[in-house]
Design a protein around this ligand. Structure first.
Ligand code: 5RP
Length: 234
């Protein structure tokens, strides 16, 4: 798939999801990543054209900037602890709508917002629509950890679940990637797919783990866009 084709797929999925799932007076969770940019563009267009009254709750610094730059109404979970819908990207989505998120490192706030929303709607280009996780996404499961615990956590992950766990680096010179919450990210490349619910629980129980990028039983629908602009839903 060419870069233009991928971008066309992302845009088509985002537009279709926003058209189908955003309604007047909704409190909307705004996810993070490149695909969400097209979703926010379409939300802003609909707000202008249809005079929709929406409040948008961000999942990251990037999402907050998108909301502000598009003149949308920005809210917080303190003001709006219950959301109608959250729209977010994904790194890979399996046949049961279990997905890996956190390619951009925003998984903790994304999962909090998704957990507060009546519906989590995923948007992605068609490459990310897979039968089992790990088919096209080779970077593993992102896991947010408290900085001082990264070493014992990654050793514990490899001992308990196998595979390879490594600290995500911005660069050798810059050091580790630091999340919006001031933590580090471990990327766990698993050997083979397993029971994701159990794996998620195992990871969450390791002291120092803040959250995992495994979203199990959270998404209601996933929209996947093709390069020709057609969109499939699962
Ligand atoms: C960030 C995420 C993103 O939603 C995910 O990485 C997909 O990003 P993109 O839309 O750029 O492909 O989980 O933490």
């Amino acid at each position: 798939m060419s870069m233009d084709g991928i971008q066309a797929g992302k845009k088509a999925a985002a537009i279709e999801a926003v058209n189908n799932h955003i309604k007047d007076n909704y409190i909307v969770g705004i996810g993070s990543g490149t695909t969400v940019v097209s979703a926010v563009d379409r939300i802003a267009e609909r707000v202008k054209e249809e005079k929709l009254k929406l409040v948008c709750i961000p999942t990251s610094f990037q999402a907050k900037q998108l909301i502000i730059d598009n003149n949308l109404v920005l809210g917080t979970l303190e003001q709006y602890p219950e959301l109608d819908v959250a729209i977010d990207g994904a790194d890979e989505v399996d046949i049961d709508l279990v997905c890996i998120k956190g390619g951009g490192g925003c998984l903790t706030q994304e999962k909090i917002i998704a957990g507060c929303a009546r519906e989590l709607i995923l948007i992605a280009d068609a490459r990310k629509d897979v039968e089992t996780l790990g088919t096209t996404w080779t970077k593993g499961v992102p896991i947010e950890v408290v900085g001082m615990a990264y070493k014992p956590v990654l050793l514990q992950i490899m001992k308990t679940l196998g595979g390879t766990a490594q600290l995500r680096m911005a660069s050798k010179k810059m050091g580790p990637v630091v999340t919006d919450n001031g933590n580090f990210i471990i990327d766990w490349i698993f050997d083979k797919p397993g029971n994701w619910k159990d794996i998620n629980t195992t990871l969450q129980l390791i002291p120092g783990v803040v959250e995992t990028g495994l979203f199990v039983n959270m998404a209601k629908y996933a929209y996947f866009g093709q390069p020709d602009g057609s969109v499939g839903v699962k």
